[in-house]
Design a protein around this ligand. Sequence first.
Ligand code: HPA
Ligand code: ZN
Length: 346
Amino acid sequence: MNSTTIDHPLHDFIRGLPKAELHLHIEGSLEPELMFALAQRNSLKLPYASVAELRAAYDFADLQSFLDLYYAGAAVLQTEQDFYDLTIAYVQRALADKVRHAELFFDPQTHTARGIPIETVFAGLARALREARVEKNFSSRLILCFLRHLSEEDAFATLDAALSLRENYKDLWTGVGLDSGEVGNPPEKFARVFAKARELGFHVVAHAGEEGPPAYIHAALDVLKVERIDHGVRCEEDPALMQRLAQSQTPLTVCPLSNLKLCVVRDLREHNLARLLRAGLRVTINSDDPAYFGGYINANFIATADALQLSRDELVQLAANSFSASFASAEQKQHWLVELQAYQAS
Ligand code: HPA
Ligand code: ZN
């Protein structure tokens, strides 16, 4: 059934719902069409004959099988204009999905390892986000992620390089995160670099409990002292941890279609998002790597609402959580929550 052509009040309600996106890897929003266009512009040859062939390769068994393609795809990003084009394309999708505020992850090491200066990455992302702020009232932040399969020393070098740009991008770059292959790369590996980031006044988040065990969520909280957990769905295996997360109201940035595509769950109807929400955890819905996982944030909301029979009140709660869990100012949050209430009442 094509949900875009059939009248469906709940889907329409979701499409109009003001929301924030807190778990979005900008490199994961690189659509195959743009990947081909950038490859051509930069005189690179992709190992696929067509967009359709590339899309057909997006059949993942686990996180690593996705990451292999994701890092290979990111190699087409070379110039400031490439990073700008990537980001503007995401912003347009987000605006269409009524995203008011987005906190974008980016992976500098994926680019600096290929000889792309970190300045180029920052400049392209920031030009697009500032333009969107001025022209479309689109609010955003950048969260620099360390690749956890690399060393802490490499993370320190990345942080140091980025710090020389901090003043230029202080309107946007306000957090650090931790992503890439989780199992075997526990949070403890990055204890010192996260301590430094906290000392410097950055917000801190980390992927944990996507493929890794509940112990990684504990470590992200206790050792890295993160303010949000990205994914976190495996917390359900540890009832004491569930209670802790409900009590602390630490946000979880859950990505249902990602979990489905990476075989974290076999079927969306088995996803624990509704159970977590109903147990009082501060859950949000996000798209993670939408170009690879089959949908942007509204597609994630719609598929999850259908699979788990979420009510309108629960959908509003999820949207409210997305604003309250964001790193925007208290004043901005209040403004969006008022808008959300008005939408609910309309
Ligand atoms: N998990 C870990 N690392 C990532 C992901 C993810 O879902 N997406 C991009 N990098
Ligand atoms: Zn992610």
